[in-house]
Write a protein that binds this ligand. Structure first.
Ligand code: GDP
Ligand code: MG
Length: 692
């Protein structure tokens, strides 16, 4: 594929509030792009059968990290974006590698909280968006009210390029404001064929009014159009498309379409708009990275002449080919089997296969190019967020930062059959999701799953049950605490054991201090080799590190601790590595017990958006949750409260906020930092965590 083809690629995501119709839309897009090459070609007699079979077959790849389809000679890569706000990390990493998005709204619900959140996230990356008002066939659907809400709550001007023809049970098509034509769908069969008609008389004045508004908005981005519009000369479709494309790419306007995907109405136009208004990889600025050899910033442009560079954005397992590493190629090209570098971990890699994932098949490629989104088979060392590139022109792109898991729940298989599969499935899920961690509770041996929030874990458990048929009992959500030291302390440990052949001996003394927040574990050897031979130091260090994995207050990992090895004793005949490891472990526990150990809790950064009316109540409620309000400010979408709140107080917040505000507020929450639990709460908390 040559460079001119890059302009035919669209890397897009579909964003939506839950239930707005994302899955149905994706299904229909894949169906249309796979089956119908020109509109109206469908053999209606067989359509239904085909449909059902296809849907079944497609089940797997629809949940693929990326799916490729073709529309009018353009290649559209649909990148999966999660539908839940709890998956901040997932949303952000997909937003980083996609070039444009379709945002689906429900014509009844309008702009719901979650649409606002994902929209805001997309805006942070300046992702161009086209909007689709779905479910126009439902009772209560209101296109104009939805557009009005978009204008009030979102940061771009919504520009309808269509208006619906009929509504609810009379919804039958739409009027295209660019061409000034009506499109009416056939009700027979799957209703995929449609006719182009003149605008019905009763819609004429409204269509003209809405077209004027569209031209007015478009005129900001194109002088030629402005001139024609002001002179009253007719404005051809090309001018409108050109102007709206510029406005969309600048993230200042969002063209709005409508339809009812469940009734197969509007999907073709949505695809047309996708290739028309959303950018190709070359429409975007080059990506920046660091050359690890020089530490200088370098750029990579989306063309085949530059050195190969790509980002691994998802690792997913496939039942047939094994581990798939999904990548976004930023520059250059890669041939199958050619060696390349993983800059993140300095490993050499090679792909045994390069795959394009389609709805119901995979295509093997010999070579992939700038702008492509493909899956590689055979990578051994590459994980999500890694940069891969040509060996002789290394570059490192910024790694998406994945926050630490802050909530855990215990899970337990229901039957022995579930037991067998549970671990395998958990491994698979945590491979796919870097914010999902599986561990074993030290004391009980119970399996703990940890993630970014309650919902995150709920959905993962749901996937275990539904996708993998593993049934589990789940416990209540628990905070993922950590432990640390409160003060400087000294510790000593002595290991002595008599055995037949002469015994074992080691003694270690050390000093432990609280380290700065986020510093983890820092070790220094301050002991001369006469006291403890250097050869024993690494084992002492690892003995300490191992002990710190289980804190002494309630068994959580101990972090932010500096330990100096200060002395000890050894015996030429009786000292062994095992003895030193044991002595080190005893010494550090001795120090920890004397060092005022304390608990650290995750503090979340919370952002609540609401109207003026509920500000007071929300802030009072946050106060009761030990929240600290940082700022309150105005945004187009409403009043915004930013606060820091311990996650311990936030379980079930979604439903409390809903009832506090009758659903008139939305929130996002992400991990901020670990902070010490207030002193007056510590004792009681420790007792309850220990389960006494
Ligand atoms: P998602 O959660 O955004 O993926 O939404 P789904 O595609 O799963 O759709 C949620 C529900 O809305 C399902 O019951 C769909 O059948 C229904 N739905 C989707 N599109 C339409 C539509 O155009 N009209 C109507 N009436 N229902 C729809
Ligand atoms: Mg869905």
């Amino acid at each position: 594929m040559e460079e001119q083809d890059i302009i035919n690629i669209r890397n897009i995501g579909i964003l939506a509030h839950i239930d707005a119709g994302k899955t149905t839309t994706t299904e229909r897009i894949l169906y249309y792009t796979g089956k119908v090459h020109r509109i109206g070609e469908v053999d209606e007699g067989t359509a239904t059968m085909d449909w059902m079979r296809q849907e079944k077959e497609r089940g797997i790849t629809i949940t693929s990290a990326a799916t490729t389809c073709y529309w009018n000679g353009r290649r559209i890569n649909i990148i999966d974006t999660p539908g839940h706000v709890d998956f901040t990390a997932e949303v952000e990493r997909s937003l980083r590698i996609l070039d444009g998005a379709i945002c689906i709204f429900c014509g009844v619900g309008g702009v719901e909280a979650q649409s606002e959140t994902v929209w805001r996230q997309a805006s942070r990356y300046e992702v161009p968006i086209i909007s689709f008002v779905n479910k126009m066939d439902r009772i209560g659907a209101d296109f104009f009210a939805t557009v009005e809400m978009m204008g009030e709550r979102l940061d771009r001007t919504p520009v309808p390029i269509q208006i619906p023809l009929g509504v609810e049970d009379t919804f039958r098509g739409m009027i295209d404001l660019v061409k000034m034509k009506a499109y009416v769908w056939q009700e027979e069969g799957e209703g995929m064929g449609f006719e182009e008609l003149d605008i019905p008389q009763e819609y004429e004045s409204e269509a003209r009014k809405m077209r004027d508004a569209m031209l007015e908005a478009a005129s900001e981005f194109d002088d030629e159009l402005t001139e024609k519009y002001l002179k009253g000369v007719s404005v051809p479709p090309e001018d409108v498309h050109r102007a709206l494309r510029v406005g969309t790419l600048k993230a200042q306007v969002s063209p709005v379409l409508c339809g009812a995907v469940l009734r197969n109405k509007g999907v073709q136009m949505l695809l047309d708009a996708t290739v028309r208004y959303l950018p190709s990889p070359v429409d975007l600025p080059p990506i920046c990275g660091i050359n690890p050899r020089t530490n200088e910033e370098e750029e990579r442009h989306a063309n085949g002449k530059e050195p190969f560079s790509a980002l691994v954005f998802k690792v997913q397992s496939d039942p047939f080919v094994g581990k798939l590493s999904f990548i976004r190629v930023y520059s250059g090209k890669l041939r199958v089997g050619k060696r390349f570098l993983n800059t993140t971990n300095s490993r050499k890699e090679r792909a045994s296969k390069l795959l394009l994932m389609h709805a119901n098949k995979k295509t093997e490629l010999m070579e992939i190019h700038a702008g492509d989104i493909t899956a590689l088979v055979g990578l051994k060392w590459s994980g999500t967020g890694d940069t891969i590139c040509s060996e002789d022109k290394p570059i490192l792109f910024e790694k998406p930062i994945f926050p630490e898991p802050v909530v855990s729940i215990a899970i337990e298989p229901k039957t022995s059959k579930d037991q067998e599969r549970m671990n395998e499935v958990l491994n698979r899920l945590s491979d796919e999701d870097p914010t999902f961690v599986v561990s074993e509770e030290a004391e009980t041996g119970q399996t703990l799953i940890s993630g970014m929030g309650e919902l995150h874990l709920e959905v993962l458990v749901d996937r275990m049950v539904r996708e993998f048929s593993v049934n589990v009992n789940v416990g209540k959500p628990k905070v993922a605490y950590k432990e640390t030291l409160g003060s400087l302390s000294k510790g000593e440990g002595r290991f002595e054991k008599q055995t037949g052949s002469g015994g074992q001996f080691a003694e270690v003394t050390l000093e432990a201090r609280p380290g700065s927040r986020g510093s983890g574990f820092v070790f220094e050897n301050k002991c001369s080799p006469e006291v403890i031979p250097a050869g024993f130091v690494p084992i002492i260090r690892s003995g300490i590190e191992e002990s710190l994995r289980t804190g002494i207050l309630a068994g959580y990992e101990m972090v932010d601790i500096e330990v100096d090895l200060t002395g000890g004793r050894f015996d030429e005949h009786a000292s062994t590595e095992i003895a030193f490891k044991a002595a080190a472990s005893m010494a550090v526990r001795d120090a920890l017990e004397k060092g005022a150990p304390t608990l650290l809790e995750p503090i979340m950064r919370l952002e609540v958006t609401t109207s003026e009316k509920y500000l007071g109540e929300i802030m009072a409620d946050l106060n009761g949750r030990r929240g600290k309000v940082q700022e309150v400010f105005d945004r187009k979408a409403g009043q915004v409260i930013r606060a820091e709140v311990p996650i311990a107080e936030m379980f079930g917040y979604a439903s409390s906020l809903r009832s506090l505000t009758q659903g008139r507020a939305s929130f996002t929450m992400e991990f901020g930092s670990y902070e010490a639990v207030p002193g007056n709460m510590l004792d009681k908390l420790v007792v309850s965590l220990r389960g006494f």
